[in-house]
Design a binder for this molecule. Structure first.
Ligand code: AMP
Length: 281
Protein backbone atom coordinates (compact mmCIF):
# COMPACT_ATOMS: atom_id res chain seq x y z
CA UNK A 1 0.00 0.00 0.00
CA UNK A 2 1.27 3.45 -0.93
CA UNK A 3 0.87 6.34 1.49
CA UNK A 4 0.96 9.66 -0.33
CA UNK A 5 0.95 13.02 1.34
CA UNK A 6 1.09 15.31 -1.67
CA UNK A 7 -1.34 16.00 -4.48
CA UNK A 8 1.32 15.43 -7.16
CA UNK A 9 2.27 12.03 -5.71
CA UNK A 10 -1.29 10.66 -5.52
CA UNK A 11 -2.07 12.02 -8.99
CA UNK A 12 0.94 10.18 -10.34
CA UNK A 13 -0.08 6.88 -8.67
CA UNK A 14 -3.62 7.18 -10.01
CA UNK A 15 -2.34 8.07 -13.48
CA UNK A 16 -0.23 4.89 -13.55
CA UNK A 17 -3.18 2.77 -12.41
CA UNK A 18 -5.44 4.28 -15.03
CA UNK A 19 -2.83 3.75 -17.76
CA UNK A 20 -2.79 0.10 -16.75
CA UNK A 21 -6.54 0.04 -17.47
CA UNK A 22 -7.66 -0.08 -13.83
CA UNK A 23 -10.84 1.56 -12.54
CA UNK A 24 -10.31 3.98 -9.66
CA UNK A 25 -12.35 4.05 -6.43
CA UNK A 26 -12.30 6.63 -3.63
CA UNK A 27 -13.48 6.50 -0.02
CA UNK A 28 -13.12 9.97 1.54
CA UNK A 29 -12.69 9.95 5.34
CA UNK A 30 -11.51 12.13 8.18
CA UNK A 31 -9.58 9.23 9.71
CA UNK A 32 -10.02 7.75 13.21
CA UNK A 33 -11.25 4.80 11.20
CA UNK A 34 -13.83 2.47 12.73
CA UNK A 35 -16.01 -0.42 11.63
CA UNK A 36 -18.31 1.96 9.73
CA UNK A 37 -15.41 3.21 7.61
CA UNK A 38 -14.06 -0.31 7.15
CA UNK A 39 -17.39 -1.55 5.85
CA UNK A 40 -17.31 1.26 3.27
CA UNK A 41 -13.73 0.39 2.40
CA UNK A 42 -14.51 -3.33 2.03
CA UNK A 43 -17.47 -2.58 -0.24
CA UNK A 44 -15.31 -0.22 -2.28
CA UNK A 45 -12.56 -2.85 -2.47
CA UNK A 46 -15.02 -5.09 -4.33
CA UNK A 47 -16.19 -2.26 -6.57
CA UNK A 48 -13.02 -0.98 -8.24
CA UNK A 49 -9.52 -2.09 -9.26
CA UNK A 50 -7.42 0.63 -7.63
CA UNK A 51 -8.76 1.85 -4.29
CA UNK A 52 -7.75 5.15 -2.75
CA UNK A 53 -8.80 6.06 0.81
CA UNK A 54 -8.31 9.72 1.71
CA UNK A 55 -7.66 10.69 5.31
CA UNK A 56 -8.00 14.41 5.90
CA UNK A 57 -9.59 16.24 8.80
CA UNK A 58 -11.00 19.07 6.74
CA UNK A 59 -10.91 22.31 8.75
CA UNK A 60 -13.35 24.14 6.49
CA UNK A 61 -16.29 21.91 7.41
CA UNK A 62 -16.00 22.66 11.13
CA UNK A 63 -17.67 25.79 12.46
CA UNK A 64 -16.20 28.11 15.10
CA UNK A 65 -16.44 26.40 18.48
CA UNK A 66 -16.82 22.95 16.92
CA UNK A 67 -14.40 20.08 17.57
CA UNK A 68 -11.76 20.51 14.82
CA UNK A 69 -8.83 20.76 17.27
CA UNK A 70 -10.01 17.80 19.36
CA UNK A 71 -11.25 15.60 16.53
CA UNK A 72 -9.75 12.13 17.13
CA UNK A 73 -6.68 11.32 15.04
CA UNK A 74 -5.07 7.88 14.80
CA UNK A 75 -2.99 7.78 11.62
CA UNK A 76 -0.85 4.74 12.48
CA UNK A 77 -3.83 2.52 13.29
CA UNK A 78 -5.71 3.87 10.28
CA UNK A 79 -2.87 2.96 7.93
CA UNK A 80 -2.62 -0.54 9.39
CA UNK A 81 -6.39 -0.98 9.00
CA UNK A 82 -6.32 0.21 5.38
CA UNK A 83 -3.44 -2.12 4.59
CA UNK A 84 -5.40 -4.95 6.13
CA UNK A 85 -8.39 -4.20 3.89
CA UNK A 86 -6.28 -4.29 0.74
CA UNK A 87 -6.38 -0.55 0.05
CA UNK A 88 -3.98 0.39 -2.78
CA UNK A 89 -3.19 3.94 -1.72
CA UNK A 90 -3.93 6.23 1.18
CA UNK A 91 -3.98 9.93 0.38
CA UNK A 92 -3.22 11.81 3.61
CA UNK A 93 -2.43 15.42 2.74
CA UNK A 94 -1.68 18.17 5.22
CA UNK A 95 -3.83 21.26 5.52
CA UNK A 96 -1.04 23.21 3.78
CA UNK A 97 -1.27 20.87 0.76
CA UNK A 98 -5.04 21.13 0.43
CA UNK A 99 -5.25 24.84 1.29
CA UNK A 100 -1.90 26.48 0.50
CA UNK A 101 -3.76 29.80 0.53
CA UNK A 102 -7.12 30.80 1.90
CA UNK A 103 -9.36 29.59 -0.95
CA UNK A 104 -11.45 32.16 -2.82
CA UNK A 105 -13.62 29.45 -4.34
CA UNK A 106 -16.35 27.54 -2.54
CA UNK A 107 -18.65 24.85 -3.87
CA UNK A 108 -22.07 25.47 -2.43
CA UNK A 109 -25.22 23.42 -2.92
CA UNK A 110 -28.42 25.33 -2.23
CA UNK A 111 -31.79 24.12 -0.89
CA UNK A 112 -30.68 20.61 0.13
CA UNK A 113 -28.30 22.18 2.64
CA UNK A 114 -30.84 24.54 4.19
CA UNK A 115 -32.39 21.89 6.42
CA UNK A 116 -31.35 19.18 8.95
CA UNK A 117 -27.63 19.49 9.85
CA UNK A 118 -27.18 22.24 7.27
CA UNK A 119 -29.48 24.58 9.15
CA UNK A 120 -27.67 23.86 12.43
CA UNK A 121 -24.11 24.03 11.14
CA UNK A 122 -23.81 27.08 8.87
CA UNK A 123 -21.10 26.63 6.25
CA UNK A 124 -20.61 22.95 7.05
CA UNK A 125 -21.78 21.63 3.70
CA UNK A 126 -19.85 24.31 1.80
CA UNK A 127 -16.76 22.87 3.48
CA UNK A 128 -17.81 19.31 2.68
CA UNK A 129 -18.71 20.01 -0.96
CA UNK A 130 -15.57 22.02 -1.59
CA UNK A 131 -13.26 19.37 -0.16
CA UNK A 132 -15.10 16.53 -1.93
CA UNK A 133 -14.91 18.46 -5.23
CA UNK A 134 -11.17 18.93 -4.66
CA UNK A 135 -10.73 15.22 -3.86
CA UNK A 136 -12.74 14.26 -6.96
CA UNK A 137 -10.46 16.51 -9.05
CA UNK A 138 -7.27 15.25 -7.43
CA UNK A 139 -8.04 11.51 -7.47
CA UNK A 140 -10.45 11.50 -10.44
CA UNK A 141 -12.20 8.33 -9.28
CA UNK A 142 -14.74 6.43 -11.34
CA UNK A 143 -16.67 5.66 -8.17
CA UNK A 144 -16.80 7.07 -4.65
CA UNK A 145 -18.50 5.63 -1.58
CA UNK A 146 -20.32 7.52 1.18
CA UNK A 147 -22.18 6.29 4.28
CA UNK A 148 -25.94 6.49 4.66
CA UNK A 149 -25.34 7.46 8.28
CA UNK A 150 -24.63 10.96 6.99
CA UNK A 151 -27.75 10.89 4.83
CA UNK A 152 -27.85 14.59 4.04
CA UNK A 153 -24.17 14.54 3.08
CA UNK A 154 -24.82 11.66 0.68
CA UNK A 155 -27.72 13.47 -1.02
CA UNK A 156 -25.82 16.77 -1.17
CA UNK A 157 -22.60 15.26 -2.55
CA UNK A 158 -24.51 13.26 -5.15
CA UNK A 159 -26.29 16.41 -6.32
CA UNK A 160 -23.05 18.41 -6.37
CA UNK A 161 -21.43 15.72 -8.48
CA UNK A 162 -24.38 15.65 -10.91
CA UNK A 163 -24.68 19.43 -11.15
CA UNK A 164 -20.95 19.86 -11.84
CA UNK A 165 -20.74 16.84 -14.20
CA UNK A 166 -18.07 15.01 -12.26
CA UNK A 167 -17.69 11.65 -14.04
CA UNK A 168 -17.99 9.93 -10.66
CA UNK A 169 -20.59 7.42 -9.61
CA UNK A 170 -21.57 8.28 -6.03
CA UNK A 171 -22.47 5.10 -4.16
CA UNK A 172 -23.79 4.54 -0.65
CA UNK A 173 -23.34 1.98 2.12
CA UNK A 174 -25.69 1.17 5.00
CA UNK A 175 -25.02 2.43 8.53
CA UNK A 176 -22.89 0.17 10.70
CA UNK A 177 -24.09 0.01 14.30
CA UNK A 178 -22.85 -1.14 17.67
CA UNK A 179 -24.68 -4.14 19.12
CA UNK A 180 -27.04 -1.87 21.05
CA UNK A 181 -27.97 0.04 17.88
CA UNK A 182 -25.81 3.15 18.31
CA UNK A 183 -24.42 4.20 14.91
CA UNK A 184 -20.65 3.80 14.99
CA UNK A 185 -18.98 7.21 14.87
CA UNK A 186 -15.60 8.73 15.63
CA UNK A 187 -17.42 11.18 17.89
CA UNK A 188 -18.74 8.38 20.15
CA UNK A 189 -15.29 8.62 21.78
CA UNK A 190 -16.46 11.87 23.42
CA UNK A 191 -19.17 10.06 25.42
CA UNK A 192 -18.67 9.36 29.13
CA UNK A 193 -19.73 5.87 30.23
CA UNK A 194 -23.01 7.25 31.56
CA UNK A 195 -23.69 9.08 28.29
CA UNK A 196 -22.72 5.98 26.33
CA UNK A 197 -25.45 4.07 28.20
CA UNK A 198 -28.00 6.69 27.08
CA UNK A 199 -26.75 7.02 23.50
CA UNK A 200 -28.68 4.05 21.99
CA UNK A 201 -31.86 6.04 22.73
CA UNK A 202 -31.40 7.92 19.46
CA UNK A 203 -31.69 4.83 17.25
CA UNK A 204 -34.32 3.30 19.55
CA UNK A 205 -36.40 6.47 19.11
CA UNK A 206 -35.93 6.37 15.33
CA UNK A 207 -37.08 2.77 15.33
CA UNK A 208 -40.18 3.66 17.37
CA UNK A 209 -40.83 6.35 14.79
CA UNK A 210 -40.32 3.92 11.93
CA UNK A 211 -42.68 1.41 13.53
CA UNK A 212 -45.61 3.79 13.82
CA UNK A 213 -45.06 5.08 10.28
CA UNK A 214 -45.23 1.52 9.02
CA UNK A 215 -48.29 0.74 11.15
CA UNK A 216 -50.52 3.73 10.56
CA UNK A 217 -48.96 6.49 8.46
CA UNK A 218 -49.38 9.17 11.14
CA UNK A 219 -48.66 12.87 10.64
CA UNK A 220 -45.02 13.94 10.84
CA UNK A 221 -45.87 15.82 14.03
CA UNK A 222 -47.04 12.62 15.67
CA UNK A 223 -43.91 10.79 14.53
CA UNK A 224 -41.65 13.43 16.06
CA UNK A 225 -43.67 13.33 19.25
CA UNK A 226 -43.10 9.58 19.58
CA UNK A 227 -39.40 10.08 18.94
CA UNK A 228 -39.08 12.88 21.50
CA UNK A 229 -40.85 10.81 24.14
CA UNK A 230 -38.45 7.89 23.74
CA UNK A 231 -35.44 10.20 23.92
CA UNK A 232 -36.59 11.95 27.07
CA UNK A 233 -37.33 8.57 28.69
CA UNK A 234 -34.09 6.81 27.72
CA UNK A 235 -31.60 9.70 27.39
CA UNK A 236 -32.55 12.19 30.12
CA UNK A 237 -29.23 14.03 29.65
CA UNK A 238 -29.72 14.32 25.90
CA UNK A 239 -30.79 17.48 24.13
CA UNK A 240 -32.47 17.01 20.80
CA UNK A 241 -30.93 19.35 18.21
CA UNK A 242 -33.52 18.48 15.57
CA UNK A 243 -35.88 15.69 14.59
CA UNK A 244 -37.44 15.87 11.14
CA UNK A 245 -39.45 13.77 8.74
CA UNK A 246 -38.29 14.60 5.21
CA UNK A 247 -38.63 13.58 1.61
CA UNK A 248 -35.70 11.25 0.76
CA UNK A 249 -34.79 13.22 -2.40
CA UNK A 250 -35.60 16.88 -1.75
CA UNK A 251 -35.01 16.68 2.04
CA UNK A 252 -38.06 18.94 2.45
CA UNK A 253 -40.21 18.42 5.53
CA UNK A 254 -43.29 16.36 4.85
CA UNK A 255 -46.52 16.64 6.81
CA UNK A 256 -47.84 13.17 6.10
CA UNK A 257 -46.09 9.80 6.05
CA UNK A 258 -48.11 7.98 3.40
CA UNK A 259 -45.05 7.81 1.09
CA UNK A 260 -41.31 7.11 1.45
CA UNK A 261 -39.69 9.31 4.10
CA UNK A 262 -36.43 9.68 5.95
CA UNK A 263 -36.66 10.35 9.67
CA UNK A 264 -33.48 12.08 10.80
CA UNK A 265 -32.37 13.43 14.15
CA UNK A 266 -29.39 14.92 15.94
CA UNK A 267 -28.89 14.59 19.68
CA UNK A 268 -26.45 16.43 21.91
CA UNK A 269 -25.17 14.18 24.67
CA UNK A 270 -22.43 15.82 26.72
CA UNK A 271 -19.68 16.85 24.33
CA UNK A 272 -20.93 14.63 21.52
CA UNK A 273 -23.43 15.51 18.84
CA UNK A 274 -24.86 12.25 17.52
CA UNK A 275 -26.75 12.01 14.24
CA UNK A 276 -28.74 9.15 12.82
CA UNK A 277 -31.58 8.46 10.43
CA UNK A 278 -33.89 5.75 9.15
CA UNK A 279 -35.64 5.47 5.85
CA UNK A 280 -39.19 4.15 5.62
CA UNK A 281 -40.39 3.14 2.17
P1 AMP B 1 -16.05 10.67 8.33
O1 AMP B 1 -14.68 10.15 8.55
O2 AMP B 1 -16.86 10.80 9.57
O3 AMP B 1 -16.09 11.90 7.45
O4 AMP B 1 -16.80 9.54 7.49
C1 AMP B 1 -16.28 9.07 6.27
C2 AMP B 1 -17.34 8.26 5.59
O5 AMP B 1 -17.69 7.14 6.41
C3 AMP B 1 -18.62 9.04 5.33
O6 AMP B 1 -19.11 8.72 4.04
C4 AMP B 1 -19.53 8.54 6.41
O7 AMP B 1 -20.91 8.62 6.06
C5 AMP B 1 -19.10 7.10 6.54
N1 AMP B 1 -19.47 6.56 7.85
C6 AMP B 1 -19.24 7.11 9.07
N2 AMP B 1 -19.79 6.36 10.04
C7 AMP B 1 -20.40 5.31 9.43
C8 AMP B 1 -21.15 4.18 9.89
N3 AMP B 1 -21.40 3.98 11.19
N4 AMP B 1 -21.62 3.32 8.98
C9 AMP B 1 -21.39 3.51 7.65
N5 AMP B 1 -20.68 4.55 7.15
C10 AMP B 1 -20.20 5.44 8.03
Amino acid sequence: MEVEKTIDAIRSRVRDARRAGRTIGLVPTMGALHTGHYSLIRTAREGCDYLVVSIFVNPTQFGPGEDYANYPRSMDEDLAGCENCGVDAVFAPGVEDMYPEKPLTTVSVSRLTETLCGSRRPGHFDGVCTVVAKLFNIVQPDRAWFGTKDYQQLVVVRRMSEDLNFPVEVLSCPTVREQDGLAVSSRNAYLTSDERRQAPALYAALQDARRIVEQKHPSAEEVIDVLRRRISADAPDGKLDYAQVVDPHTLKDVEETDRPVVIAAALYLGKARLIDNVRVD
